[in-house]
Design a binder for this molecule. Structure first.
Ligand SMILES: Cc1cc2nc3c(=O)[nH]c(=O)nc-3n(C[C@H](O)[C@H](O)[C@H](O)COP(=O)(O)OP(=O)(O)OC[C@H]3O[C@@H](n4cnc5c(N)ncnc54)[C@H](O)[C@@H]3O)c2cc1C
Length: 329
């Protein structure tokens, strides 16, 4: 019997919503490992989020240190290893996002543990299902080491629900922090009032077809995406794009959805002028409801769409915005 340690990211006094998928996965693993679910928070003021985390686990360990203010795999991985050891962990889990994918291999290597990456299902104590070949097939993997390290695909696990009681909160010690010569210089992020793609209930995505606007031949692709943004604002949605668009530099690179971009699973996904290449589908086909607008009735996106509109985005977009505004008023 061992405990499951779920390393979760925080935002102010809350867990990041991506952490809830990790906790859902960790809870499933807990039922196979038999011990406690220990939620680990690392940073500088993470005690602020401990009360929120305590709603989900038997125990919350907070590790605070000025040197841990900004995430670095070099400094976070040893802390995870230390707290996992102190808590008799037989499994360590993270969300398979940028931070999780970065830190967990270091943890696994340090403790000579096997790792199952980007899993979509817990099949047993050490057996997992994971998508391969851009989500077109699944493999079942078995980890043979004593401790298993697992990163959970956010779109594959419904967010954990509160357990109804509050776990104990314990302050952990980081121990000596050695960044191995690395240092945090600065974070260059795009500030936006729209929800983060991974948190958004609705995502509005645009493809290469937004490069031109038949109603305004002078419009730049960026201006066309601003029109798409009007729909996002009416719906309080996040904005995404195909790789053709991010590669062209029409929108920020972190809008890219797909195999080599973000994997999202919103309740509602709009694909405007996106053909539906398998690499794009790999990032969004987990959405609950998919709406596709494409002028080509043969576009592959219609094979995964719940609602399809064979028309141009120039026709569909203003009408859609108008109707949604009417329905909301
Ligand atoms: C290794 C690898 C990784 C990749 N990773 C990703 C990834 O992560 N994400 C990703 O998206 N792609 C990825 N790609 C690229 C992918 O294969 C496609 O090239 C890309 O998704 C195409 O983008 P698109 O649908 O916007 O463009 P296109 O395929 O050019 O499709 C444009 C669509 O717009 C429609 N259209 C044109 N004008 C209009 C109009 N006025 N109104 C309505 N519809 C219109 C057309 O009918 C067409 O279907 C990857 C490729 C490789 C090889």
């Amino acid at each position: 019997m061992g405990n499951v340690i779920a390393f979760c990211e925080t935002e102010g006094s809350k867990l990041k919503s991506a952490a809830l998928a990790n906790i859902a996965c960790a809870k499933q693993l807990q039922s196979h490992h038999g011990g406690d679910l220990v939620i680990l928070l690392i940073g500088n003021n993470v005690q602020d989020a401990a009360a929120d985390a305590a709603k989900y686990g038997n125990k919350v360990v907070t590790v605070n240190d000025a040197a841990l203010e900004n995430y670095l795999a070099e400094t976070y991985a040893p802390v995870i290893v230390k707290i996992a050891g102190e808590n008799n962990a037989s499994a360590i889990t993270v969300t398979a996002n940028a931070v999780g994918k970065d830190v967990l291999p270091r943890v696994a290597q340090t403790i000579s543990a096997g790792m199952a990456s980007d899993i979509s299902e817990v099949k047993g104590k050490d057996e997992f299902k994971r998508p391969i070949l851009a989500g077109n097939a699944f493999s079942t993997v078995k980890v043979n080491s004593e401790v298993v390290c697992v990163s959970a695909r956010q779109s594959a696990f419904d967010p954990a629900t509160e357990s109804g009681s509050s776990g104990e909160v314990v302050a952990g010690e980081a121990g000596p922090i050695d960044a191995l010569g690395a240092s945090f210089v600065r974070l260059e992020g795009v500030k936006s009032d729209r929800p983060d793609l991974n948190d958004a209930d609705t995502v509005i995505s645009g493809g290469r077809g937004l490069g031109k606007n038949k109603n305004n031949s002078d419009a730049t692709p960026q201006e066309n995406f601003e029109l798409l943004g009007d729909l996002a604002d009416v719906l309080g949605a996040g904005m995404g794009a195909s790789r053709a668009v991010t590669d062209a530099g029409w929108v920020p690179a972190d809008w890219q959805i797909g195999q080599t971009g973000k994997i999202v699973a919103p309740k509602l996904y709009f694909a405007f002028a996106i053909s539906g290449a398998i690499q794009h589908l790999a990032g969004m086909k987990g959405a609950k409801t998919i709406v596709a607008v494409n002028k080509d009735a043969e576009a592959p996106i219609f094979q995964v769409a719940d609602y399809g509109l064979v028309t141009t985005w120039e026709e569909a977009l203003p009408e859609l915005i108008e109707e949604i505004k009417k329905a909301k008023s």
